[in-house]
Ligand binder design. Sequence first.
Ligand SMILES: Nc1nc2c(c(=O)[nH]1)N[C@H]1C(S)=C(S)[C@@H](COP(=O)(O)O)O[C@H]1N2
Ligand SMILES: [Mo]
Length: 502
Amino acid sequence: MAADLMRGLAAGLAMVLATAAVRLLIGSLTITELAADWLTATLHPTVIDFLLERLSTSAKPSMFVGLLAAQVMFGSAVGICYGQLTARLPVPEREWPRALMVSGALWVISMLTLAPLFGGGVFGAGVRGGAFSFMAVSLAAYAVYGIVLAALFGEAVIDEEGAGYGRRALLRRALGWAAALAVLAVGGKFLVDRARSQVSNSRSFRVEGVLSSEVTPNEEFYVISKNFIDPAIDPERWGLEIGGLVETPYRLTYEELTALPASEQFVTLECISNEVGGDLISTASWRGTPLRTVIERAGLRPGVVDVVFESEDGYSESIPVERAMRDEVLIAYEMNGEPLSVSHGFPARLIVPGFFGLKSVKWLTKIEPVAIDYLGYWQQRGWTDDPVVKTMSRIDTPATRTTRPRGAFPVGGVAFAGDRGIAKVELSLDAGDTWAEVDETTAALSAYTWIIWKARVLPGSSTLAEVRVRATDGNGAVQTDRRTATVPNGASGHHDILVELV
Ligand SMILES: Nc1nc2c(c(=O)[nH]1)N[C@H]1C(S)=C(S)[C@@H](COP(=O)(O)O)O[C@H]1N2
Ligand SMILES: [Mo]
């Protein structure tokens, strides 16, 4: 029994490694990724938000490792069953025909049950990127499982027969296991290296206690994506389709898109999952074609309510048509003077100033005016349909719970209110009873960016100073102190820090 478990475990591990290798080499979706997407879609938004945001860099890998572990456990369980059942049967001449039959049957069952359950359709009929490569990847994985199972159980047959146990056989056995382990080790290392460069994640790079710069360097710009591995798009084969409720649908190549009249502007993006004081907010200069130019070329038909955006990773979002026709909404292909990186949406993405980041669809493939109020990826999962950013402000420096000498000290941070702009930033040293304006704010780089502010504060005689910040937007509305969670409308409340004075 324990030996059967070990054999199943080894075969399960080999299957997982094979899946990962084929996945990274030919880039087709796997059942594991379908399962991850399905989990994201099925779990309550609060749980997902917690996974994606609080656990930040480790969330998606954890979920994935969990799913892979489940696969290995399943492989082990099958190994036990296989051992128990075949022990009762006559010893075959060769192990592999029946092992492959078992793994083939498992493949068919998973194509008929798991694939549709996780939203990929029977035999992956509905998988984006094509059912064929999806089937091929999973079939290859199950085949590897069957082969390893056969090899290990076949060896067991010799064991139990007690046949041919001379020194040569022992040596051969040892060599076999060493070779298998070497393949696992080398393959595993290759995969870890490949995966490390390809696995996308929620990440950001704010160094605690350092004042943000007005423009965020590309490598430090926060990244949020629903994918375990982001789409790597060949710009030669990519095209942007304009369809739906338009007079003349058409398609733009990368070359055509980048040859259209361009405009460039600074825009701050903020994720709706950004906590009070959080770092899922960054600013860049985006260069691209105004969305409006591209839509007008197709000509809107009457009755359009929303413009829907689809993307290579199956994500979709929409914005009201009035917003879509504003000059500042861009189909961007450059970020701070460089072509978009894969993680930021290469070859082209939407930039919708003033809306939370979820509307700025990356890896854009299709633009489709529709006559309905369309619910996008996150709205279908319980997030708000009101994407207007809330007024926020954050203290970057000093970091909270640090120690400083008594006396006055410098404080600095950012404030943002989308296209409403920031009129004023104030600090309070008495938990919000009284407020004083900061000493200095930068002028916003455009009508759609944050500002950086600085002040010197002189706390009273206590050994503990609490500094709290609030902003007033361009309409004169003061940032609310009412604390809310990020789900479902985005967080609100004042950011504060505690400093110990010695
Ligand atoms: N295709 C696609 N677009 C997407 C997403 C995604 O998962 N897939 N995530 C969205 C979310 S929630 C945010 S906050 C922004 C983040 O953009 P960034 O990673 O360039 O900062 O992209 C948005 N666009
Ligand atoms: Mo987001």
